[in-house]
Ligand binder design. Structure first.
Ligand SMILES: C[S@@+](CC[C@H](N)C(=O)[O-])C[C@H]1O[C@@H](n2cnc3c(N)ncnc32)[C@H](O)[C@@H]1O
Length: 271
């Protein structure tokens, strides 16, 4: 049976504290790039914006700062635990223009539509039915509004020198994620999904990320560590050990890591 939360069910994580910290580190590492992505995609001061699959709200918080007090942001997620963390962050930052709502993208019931902009970061890769999800989001966007999806594609992930264990590690995690409905190669399909969901002016850009920018430690943390948890039993412990073995790259000054981050945008046709 395919899970509503696809391949990312936070509350089933064996160590939610650790995973939350990883999401926080990931958001901090990508934040400068994220600002450029959001403004390049058209997020503007005064916008009403939606952050779908917002998780702990780190991106929603950034969006709330970018739209300012004349705008508003609503973050939506299926995990109450993550939403509690998001609400605590928003309260700490005293953001009066940010709200969070519990719900599944497959059954959206938002009170505060229509939105000018919607964002989905590292979310669509986990969905068993991405097209259904996009079709659910569409009615909440005004004519002319933009949707921006940011996600990965493991075809654009590489480590040099490639650790001996990488091939089996990669293969098992891809299969494990797919078994729960996720898709580790979703990046290349995002433009197709947007077009089939009726968006116009669809554009896809691949942003290169590398260990030279983040440092190998952060690169592995962001791009490779989530993969061991996607591996199905009985291979998960092995996958974790494989990941730990690959971390020896941190001590190799000549090692490289590369990742393509897919940024796909589309617009709701004007009426
Ligand atoms: C990898 S996390 C990304 C979180 C956040 N966008 C970020 O980049 O930090 C994926 C998020 O999708 C949420 N999610 C999974 N399935 C969902 C669904 N059907 N509806 C809404 N949220 C969902 C999960 O709870 C999780 O917070």
């Amino acid at each position: 049976m395919v899970r509503e939360a696809g391949s990312y069910e936070f509350d089933s994580d064996p160590d939610t504290e650790l995973e939350l910290k990883r999401l926080q580190r990931q958001a901090a590492a990508i934040e400068p790039l994220e600002r450029r992505i959001l403004s390049g995609a058209g997020l503007d001061v005064g916008d009403r914006a939606l952050d779908i699959g917002c998780g702990p709200g780190l991106v929603s918080t950034l969006m709330a700062r970018l739209v300012g007090n004349d705008g508003a942001v609503v973050g939506v997620d299926i995990s109450e635990t993550l939403l509690n963390s998001a609400r605590a962050l928003s309260a700490k930052e005293e953001l009066g223009n940010l709200q969070f709502q519990h719900g599944s993208v497959y059954d959206l019931k938002l009170d505060s539509a229509p939105f000018d902009f919607a964002y989905a970061r590292l979310f669509v890769q986990h969905l068993a039915k991405p097209l259904d999800a996009l079709q659910q989001i569409r009615p909440y966007l005004r004519p002319g509004a933009k949707l921006c999806i940011v996600d990965i594609d493991d075809g654009w992930l590489s480590l040099v020198p490639e650790p001996d264990v990488y091939a089996r590690f990669h293969e098992r995690s891809v299969a494990g994620q797919a078994a729960n409905g996720g898709d580790r190669f979703v990046g290349r399909k995002l433009g197709w999904y947007l077009q089939h969901a009726g968006f116009t002016e669809v554009d896809v850009t691949i942003l290169p990320l590398s260990s030279a920018v983040f440092g190998m430690d952060a690169f592995l943390d962001v791009a490779v560590s989530p993969k061991w948890k996607m591996t199905a039993e009985p291979d998960r412990d092995q996958a974790r050990n494989d990941y730990e073995a690959m971390r020896s790259l941190v001590d190799d000054p000549h090692a490289w890591g590369f990742l393509g981050l897919f940024v796909a945008t589309g617009r709701i046709p004007e009426a």
